[in-house]
Ligand binder design. Structure first.
Ligand code: BDP
Length: 722
């Protein structure tokens, strides 16, 4: 017995000794920056023996060098040396003027401030890899680009890559409150430990900066669009300045959401009228105060006259009056205003989908040059699927930026797997047809619709409502990290590919095993459509339950405003279902370019995915599948549930390829996703059946519970509640 025990102990210690250094438990904290050993580590080590920068390193260059050291140590098992002299097998960082011989003098000409090139070269007879850029930040992006290349299976010796961001402002919007709760946040508390700032600068802020810089994200709005006046007071500016100091070396500027009525609420003015001189003077002084503390402060994001927030219209002024007043205060410091177009008012009986366009289109060309109008993805509100917003392409005289929601308020929170890459790509590729030959949303964001001579002159940008919090996984779940990742990559290149980004992400995050990666990516690529099917198929939208938005509530019809009720959106009755947005209905279609409007005016030429967004149709309407609309609707719900089950099954097949903890954490969520998909399907089918009065199509399962039981489900303490 004793002998056996001894032998066992020896085996155990052997296992411990032999366990590779990376066998630390994977908990997701390292995101896609895990830098696990490469298969050809020895070869990579030869090609990455040293990191060379000829000059004294600035904080940004130092960040690049540190990241390269960290990454190469992980990939090759050996930390490279650092130095100033070119040696064989070095990675050479070079700015214009430091370019090694053999590079054309204008090699960096088209890289701009943030672009970079990666190139394997022979310098002084030695094989090296060059990272070159015009500015320090380009070198940092290049360092991350090189590490990404290695992590996705590329060889240093074959590197030849040039990359420049297509948009200038690539910004996260945190909906973080000053008490550390997060509106629509499903990843724990805010990562900003406001209470302990500015004294305590947590290490996680640096990791946050690294992760964002690895994607090229260069701005962050720290606080909720439903803002508080206090954020602009001196103690809070000091906290913001501390964060700005941490983020600065990584090329990330801080911005703040400004509450319109701040000076009035702080009792420092008598009004918040944008045209009152005392108000303009207050904002000028406030901007000066902020810039004294944060010389590279980015500017303000503003939600005004929207969902009860104060704004210039309270004083019978326009959005342009408000935005321009703030813009004038920021202009001397080169700050910008991001003015949100997410507006709709209860007093207006008109279709909510039309209101942003109606208010903003007439203001085209009236905004100051340092204002961008930030347009939500979707004229309603970040739904699992919306047609592109009609403002894109319709305001050529105004820089428009896209607002995507990364946090999945309407797509199952952090519980459901829903990779948003396909959603982003679908919208960015959508053709607004506002120009002969076509004009995609991506082109609009890139400024291609601007007048001659203005292209490149005006600010461009994209915003993503962050899904980042205090959760160990940052994003509430392992797969939700992919949404942060894809957002950042699309902000860099709005013409990128969701599948390619998923592939990169999965290789860096989970495994380099080709078969495993393909399976993971296949799951991701199907996941969003699954959610659409079991929540809001065929163009339905806004059917979730009140307040928390968790789970189905298509029956809800009792809220303070008509346009908060799901019944307002689906308009189901005995005769049919869907929102008529054609000329016989709200005519929201007229806000689109004629070629788009014409196509979507006829249900026969409207894509099935948008059918009930634009049309109210009888339950027996004949679908292309040969089914009636009612049967098709139920079939879509069933397909969604089947897809959720498929995701769960596919993940089980991946078990041998995934580390234990992450495998298990994902598996638990996929289980829950299946039951919630079933719940969405059952509750929705039960409700629509009660309205249509039709029998369930043959062969379909009856909902597990009664409609009354579904209606009785409540979640007063759901996460992210508003
Ligand atoms: C809605 C959210 C709400 C936000 C609002 C906004 O439910 O919490 O405040 O959008 O974007 O989607 O302002």
């Amino acid at each position: 017995m004793r002998v056996l025990k001894g032998a066992l102990a020896a085996v155990v210690s052997l296992v411990v000794v032999l366990a590779p250094a990376h066998a630390v438990e994977e908990d997701g904290y390292q995101l896609w920056l895990r830098y696990r050993p490469l298969a050809n580590a020895g070869q990579a080590q030869q090609a990455a023996k040293a990191i060379v920068y000829p000059d004294k390193a600035t904080p940004t260059i130092q960040a690049a060098i540190d990241e390269l050291r960290r990454g190469l140590q992980g990939y090759t098992g050996k930390a490279p040396a650092t130095g100033t002299q070119v040696s064989a097998g070095a990675i050479v960082l070079a700015k214009a003027g430091q370019l090694p011989q053999g590079f054309a003098a204008d090699a960096l000409a088209d890289l701009g401030r943030e672009g970079y090139l990666l190139k394997s070269a022979t310098v002084q007879g030695k094989r090296v890899t060059v990272i070159a850029a015009n500015e320090d930040i380009g070198l940092l992006y290049g360092a991350f680009g090189l590490l990404r290349a290695l992590g996705t299976g590329k060889q240093l010796a074959a590197l030849d890559e040039r990359s420049t961001p297509k948009l200038q402002l690539r910004v996260l919007n945190h909906w973080d409150n000053l008490d550390r709760t997060v509106e629509r946040g499903y990843s724990g508390q805010s990562i900003w430990n406001w209470w302990e700032l500015p004294a305590i600068r947590e290490r996680q802020y640096v990791d946050y900066a690294r992760a964002n810089a690895s994607l090229g994200i260069n701005g962050t709005v720290l606080n909720n669009v439903n803002s508080k006046a206090e954020i602009l007071t001196a103690p809070w500016i000091a906290k913001v300045a501390a964060l700005a100091d941490v983020l600065r070396p990584y090329g990330i500027r801080v911005y703040l959401s400004a509450r319109w009525s701040t000076p009035l609420e702080l009792n420092e003015t008598k009004t918040a009228d944008p045209l009152a001189p005392e108000v303009a003077a207050w904002w000028r002084a406030k901007a000066d105060e902020i810039y004294r503390a944060i010389p590279d402060f980015g500017g303000f994001l503003v939600k005004a006259n929207s969902e009860g927030q104060p704004g210039p219209q309270d004083y019978h002024r326009t959005h342009a009056d408000g935005a321009n007043m703030l813009a004038a205060a920021l202009a001397p410091h080169k700050g910008i205003v991001m003015w949100r177009a997410f507006v709709y008012a209860a007093e207006k009986p008109d279709d909510r989908a039309k209101q942003a366009y109606d208010e903003f289109k007439p203001l085209d060309g009236k905004f100051a040059p340092n204002v961008l109008v930030q347009v939500k993805n979707g004229a309603i509100d970040f739904q699992p699927r919306e047609p592109f917003h009609p403002l894109f392409g319709a305001m050529p005289g105004t820089p428009l930026m896209m607002e995507f929601q990364i946090t999945k308020e309407y797509l199952g929170f952090a519980m459901h797997m829903a990779y948003l890459g396909p959603l982003f790509e679908e919208v960015l590729k959508a053709d607004t047809m506002q120009r002969p030959g076509g004009l995609t949303v991506a082109q609009v964001l890139e400024g291609e619709d601007h007048g001659p001579g203005e292209h490149g002159q005006r600010p461009t940008g994209m915003a993503g409502v962050a899904n980042i919090g205090s959760s160990r996984t940052w994003s509430g779940s392992h797969f939700d990290q992919a949404n942060w990742y894809a957002y950042g990559r699309f902000a860099w290149d709005p013409r990128g590919s969701a599948r390619a980004f998923a592939d990169e992400w999965a290789m860096q995050t989970f495994s380099r095993d080709r078969q495993a990666v393909t399976r993971i990516v296949d799951m991701m690529m199907r996941s969003r459509e699954a959610v659409v099917d079991y929540m809001t198929p065929l163009g339905l939208h806004h059917l979730m339950d009140t307040g928390h938005h968790h789970g189905p509530g298509p029956w809800v019809d009792n809220l303070g405003r008509p346009d908060w009720n799901p019944t307002y959106y689906h308009k189901a009755d005995k005769g049919g279902i869907g929102f008529d947005r054609t000329a016989t209905g709200s005519n929201a279609l007229a806000q689109y370019a004629p070629d788009v409007a014409r196509r979507w005016a006829d249900p026969r030429t409207t894509p099935e995915e948008l059918l009930l967004w634009f049309h109210h149709l009888p339950w027996d309407y004949a679908m292309p599948s040969g089914r009636t609309l009612w049967a098709e609707l139920v079939a879509r719900y069933d397909r969604g549930v089947a897809e959720a089950e498929g995701l769960r099954m596919r993940w089980q097949q991946l078990k041998p390829a995934i580390d234990e903890r992450r495998f298990d954490e994902v598996a638990q969520r996929l289980d829950q996703q299946v039951s919630e998909a079933q719940w969405w399907r059952d509750a929705s089918v039960a409700y629509f059946q009660s309205v249509s009065g039709l029998p369930l199509p043959p062969g379909t399962r009856a909902p597990a519970r009664t409609l009354e039981q579904y209606k009785a489900i409540k979640f007063p303490y759901a996460a992210g509640h508003h």
